[in-house]
Design a protein around this ligand. Sequence first.
Ligand code: NAD
Ligand code: ATP
Length: 756
Amino acid sequence: MLVDLRTEQAENPLFELALKNAVCLGKIKHVMIPVAVETVPLMEQVEEFARLVADPENHPLFLQSRGGLGRTSSMVSRWREVIARKEFEVKPEDTAKKNNLLPIKKMHNNLSAFDEYKTDATENKLCFVRESSHHGCVDESTSHTHTLPSRTTSGNVIRPGQSSHLKGSGSKVTDSFKGLVDGNNSRNKDQDFIQNNKLALSNIGLEKDCESCNLNAHVLKRSSVKSPFEAQRPGKDVLSKKGLIGLLKTKTVAPKCFDNIRVMKPKNAHITAIVGEESSSKTHSGVNLAAINRATVNGLSEQFEHNGWLTEHLQAPLNGGQKFKDNDKGDEITKSSEKNNTCSQEHISLREDENSDQQKVIQVSGKNWNGSLTGGKPDLYYEEPASPKGDMCASKTGVVRLQSRKKAEMYLVRTDGISCTREKVEDSTLAFTHPSTQQQMLMWKTKPKKILLLKKLGDELMDEMEQVASFLYYDEQMEVMVEPEVHDQLARRPGFGFVETFYNQDTSKLHESVDLVVCLGGDGVILHASNLFRTAVPPVVSFNLGSLGFLTAHPFQDFKQDLKRIIHGNTQNEGVYLTLRMRLLCELLRNGHLIQGKIFETLNEVVVDRGSSPYLSKIECYERNRLITKVQADGVILATPTGSTAYSTSAGGSMVHPNVPCILFTPICPHSLSFRPVIFPDSAILELKIPDDARSNAWVSFDGKRRQQLSRGDSVRVRMSRHPLPTVNKSDQTDDWFRSLMRCLNWNARLEQKAL
Ligand SMILES: NC(=O)c1ccc[n+]([C@@H]2O[C@H](COP(=O)([O-])OP(=O)(O)OC[C@H]3O[C@@H](n4cnc5c(N)ncnc54)[C@H](O)[C@@H]3O)[C@@H](O)[C@H]2O)c1
Ligand SMILES: Nc1ncnc2c1ncn2[C@@H]1O[C@H](COP(=O)(O)OP(=O)(O)OP(=O)(O)O)[C@@H](O)[C@H]1O
């Protein structure tokens, strides 16, 4: 069976022809699960795929799209999630025991969506393999923790192929899958489903590949990783060059040398497409994808005329019935056996009736095709005959010279420590497909209900608090929650009995009930809000009632209209923009061991300084256990992009747009002229340690609070937190940021130069 994810036309008309014919002859089942380019498959589509895999009648099964666009890998990785989740649902107790996991309900409480997929689908191993999908190969990857966003695409209908035995399977699919998920009495069916899918998974040789290329370094034991988020961080040796090279060695990839004719060939298949001539084709074991006796090549001539290579090289009329001649020299294009591809004696023949442009004939045949099998799995390959080695080109002097137009081909291997993908670089051109950071928009799926209203400390701003609270309760029918100290005052006032509160001592569950946080005050209130939410933070909207208010984008006088827009935005089909502000997760360590309860989330920065000691502080700085420098200074600031405009700026650090994923490393008065602030990527894991030979202890503080001493041998380990603080933009993230720079820091305010 061929499962086809394409929505676009195939580049290669031969492939389409071969496929149509094979389907008509009932030699292959062709199922379309269309996924638009640069989107990921919907869950129903993945479930449909899993169902197809579960049916042994569909084996061997090929999954194809077009290369380098990520659809096959998304499908495979989501497919694995489905199997894993399915397995967990079927035998939650066994699986949970095996993995030391919480039952799924409890997991819901404690973990986020992608945590839920922590199962034993690959026997606690995560390994990564992906064949280049440019070659229509079976594509494998295991990004278990990747919960890809589901997107609505047009034409998500799952269409069975023309093959009669597939007719009507579309509706059955959903039902049967539903049965598998819901019914207790379908337990055996469930187990078959899982078993068959797991079998298919092992058949594509993931474990084998890992072993064969000595990829132990890339295999993570899931059970040893407490949080899947942690698991996403590359371990020390996960990115080892040796491992990656080993992985690549096991993969054979046909060279791309013939851009405009690519013929997809399965193992042992014989592809022939002939107009007006009978040609027998053998049926081999395995998928008979392209076994074609006869095909009408409608419109082929036109397509070929527009296709570079052929247009250039096949202008001369060719003799009917003759083997295709290379230019006028009459050489038959024959590709001899290549060691790696074991593709021997394939012929590309193209015949054209001398007198008619309309009767171009193309014949592609391959003998002794062995395909390229890695770990026993079937691959589809493009048969790529030889192409001309260079291009004729006239120089200015009129001399015609031969210029090579072929650049070295390359792959891009990406890994996040768990999964690994290998992509062939199109036309050897390294390019970004999209920016890595984008503006985020908040749209409520259901209307928000509960609002946490915060104000700056003290008796100030009680009137403003009343105004906002009554607007939210009486006009917008919201539940309003305030801090205990404010509650003591507000709840006593007539008409404010509705306000609720919480226990300051335990705010760990606060994020589960609060939909939106409204802050009244300056930047300090937002820092305070950040401190209240140690894990996930609801969206925060802040009205400026402070002195500086760099982070408080909304003027207080607009509070009614802004809150309405935020609360009802989605019903008018327009969301509000958010800035996801990165926070830092900081852990205190003593002699390399975590100190219980000493974990902090900071929005601005963590500072290690000399405190009241008159001596220079000596701080060792490590990045992933690699000593990067010994600081001799008043201290070091590790700041987020949000914090870059606070203390870090005062110490000479750059001001960084809040959407840039990075960590700033800024020294405070370093006693070395060469020590300049640097910026690390957000993947950095930094550690600031007080060495044993330091003259004195140091101090550490988090957003200017929770200050504590660091003794010799103590350290603070800092990394990006998985929980950002989302702030609602007044306009958008860039506009808000520059407005704050100008309003609060008088950025680039200078009397303008007069004209001469
Ligand atoms: N020399 C300095 O610049 C210096 C010294 C100590 C602390 N701070 C900053 O103060 C922060 C704590 O703030 P606080 O309100 O609790 O103390 P605070 O009352 O001392 O306020 C410090 C000032 O920093 C401003 N500020 C806070 N976060 C900011 C940000 N992200 N961008 C721009 N300005 C910001 C505040 O508006 C306030 O005016 C610390 O996180 C630290 O960044 C700065
Ligand atoms: N509800 C609160 N509970 C406890 N501390 C708070 C609360 N609100 C603010 N703070 C703290 O009070 C201090 C002053 O906060 P404020 O909102 O006035 O900001 P600020 O830092 O002075 O900023 P700005 O310069 O923008 O006015 C900060 O240290 C802040 O962390």
